[in-house]
Design a protein around this ligand. Structure first.
Ligand code: UDP
Length: 462
């Protein structure tokens, strides 16, 4: 253990993973904690500083940065880019210890992203509490944990290298026994090689997460109560808090329009375009910050949009925008608004004119869509997205599947055009249910379970 001065109870070290879907919600949690008088230091590199700066400007006395360089990524530790990137962050162990030991009032807790499981060792060394933040939902996390915990048995069951796509893996100890086809399991996990340093260190981190002092989820009990209880059972204590949806206030215009990056188009242009539309009459389409459609999938989507009569906003990240067929925007004319690059997603979803959301089902998009009360058209592509899609469609009844079938399957554009139109009809049962769930989500953070849980969590820092 480090032999420094006693740490300061109301000072927290927050350590996000530098990836939009992980960074954004942990920054949202930071904003909530700052409102309650806590002091927070965020571990960050220069490249991500623009994301933190607006929050530092509004909390100059209580929010600080621990600016550390992006550690060099050693690809010999893992051929998988994500595993290599996560493994590289471990090089920050010593710099963080040095910062802690020289700090006049060092933190008593570190809250870190669930991929950064090695921070459990860091917290033990410093003699402070470790809290895991999960940007995935509690069901997604339960599946993620089971996959890494049982990886050797599952791979043996599946037959090692044999890549049987349709093999169904079930998780009988998780409520409602979810199941996934082999092709729906994350590519990162499928690439696991026993004994490879990067993978072994990542797996150790996942297992260490379960011995942490506490866990925070960006979800709410009305949505995932049974899965939260399952995580409590796995961990063996009750310090598991569902505090979501962790979104900026509706009135926080900058919070909604500038969240996670600057918009590729002026947000006002988009919002004014939406202002002219009827309630629940526009489809919003976005596949998150990292996922890309294949050329065939983009072809099917744009063809469906041309065939249908729906008005829509299509957001494609800059690196995939060349896949949009030439002439598409001209052909759809004023019916569609195409954003090539970062879109102000939360502000779009919150607009009364948006009625449905074609989504890859990243957990943040899932929470944002549900909270905004839009019908979900699910098109999962990887990671925890197939689990999230099943939750939305099969358990919650707030969405319909756009993409089903094997890894190479591409939606049929005629069927997709029909689904797009159908998703905007007023009396769809999914719409009725998602509006109910939206009310439950808003209640949870205004006066319900999430506020209560956040308050209990905060008590730990008083
Ligand atoms: N996002 C956004 N604009 C974009 C793309 C994404 O604001 O153009 C935000 C989105 O609102 C969400 C996050 O980025 O908060 C993406 O997280 P999610 O878990 O949905 O997916 P990921 O990008 O991690 O796959």
């Amino acid at each position: 253990m480090s032999d420094s001065k006693p740490s300061t109870h109301n000072h927290i070290l927050v350590y996000p993973l530098a990836s939009s879907g992980h960074f954004i919600p942990l920054l949202d949690l930071t904003r909530h904690l700052l409102r309650h008088g806590l002091t927070i230091t965020v571990v960050i590199s220069a490249a991500n500083l623009p994301l933190l700066d607006p929050l530092i400007s509004s909390h100059p006395a209580s929010l600080h940065k621990l600016l550390l360089p992006d550690p060099p990524v050693d690809r010999s530790l893992s051929p998988h880019p994500l595993i290599a990137k996560v493994t590289a962050t471990r090089q920050l162990f010593d710099p963080i210890v040095r910062w802690f030991e020289s700090h006049p009032a060092p933190p008593a807790t570190v809250i870190s992203d669930f991929f950064l499981g090695w921070t459990h060792d860091l917290a033990s060394y410093l003699g402070i509490r470790h809290v895991v933040f999960s940007p995935s939902g509690a069901l997604g996390y339960s599946v993620f944990h089971a996959l890494w915990r049982d990886v050797l048995q599952i791979k043996a069951l599946h037959g090692g290298e044999k890549d049987d796509e349709n093999f169904v893996l079930s998780f009988p100890d998780i409520p409602n026994s979810p199941g996934l086809h082999w092709w729906q399991l994350s590519q990162v996990w499928r690439g696991y090689k026993e004994g490879e340093p990067g993978y072994e260190s990542f797996r150790k981190g996942v297992l260490d997460n379960m011995t942490s002092w506490g866990f925070v989820f960006n979800t709410f009990e009305g949505l995932e109560g049974e899965y939260i209880d399952h995580v409590k059972k796995l961990i063996g204590h009750d310090r598991v808090w569902a505090v979501g949806p962790l979104l900026p206030d509706e009135h926080d215009r900058l919070g909604s329009t500038g969240r996670g990056g600057s918009s590729a188009v002026p947000p006002d242009d988009l919002l004014m375009w939406l202002d002219k539309k009827r309630d629940d009459s526009v489809v919003y389409i976005c596949f998150g910050s990292r996922e890309m459609l294949s050329e065939k999938e983009m072809g099917a989507l744009t063809d469906a949009l041309k065939r249908s009569n729906v008005e829509f906003i299509l957001c494609v990240q800059a690196s995939g925008s060349s896949l949009i067929p030439s002439g598409f925007e001209h052909e759809v004319g004023g019916r569609g608004f195409v954003v090539k690059g970062w879109a102000p997603q939360l502000a779009i979803l919150r607009h009364r004119a948006v009625g449905s959301f074609v989504t890859h089902c990243g957990w943040n998009s899932t929470m944002e869509g549900v909270t905004s009360g839009v019908m979900m058209l699910t098109w999962p592509l990887g990671a925890d997205q197939f689990t999230n899609a099943a939750l939305l469609v099969d358990r919650l009844g707030v969405g319909k599947r756009v993409r089903d079938g094997g890894s190479e399957s591409v939606p049929d554009s005629v069927e997709l055009a029909r689904l797009l139109e159908e998703s905007l009809s007023v009396d769809r049962p999914e719409r009725v249910r998602v509006k109910e769930l939206s009310r439950a989500a808003i209640k949870a953070v205004k006066e319900g379970t999430s506020v209560k849980n956040l308050n209990t969590f905060r008590q730990a820092f008083i």
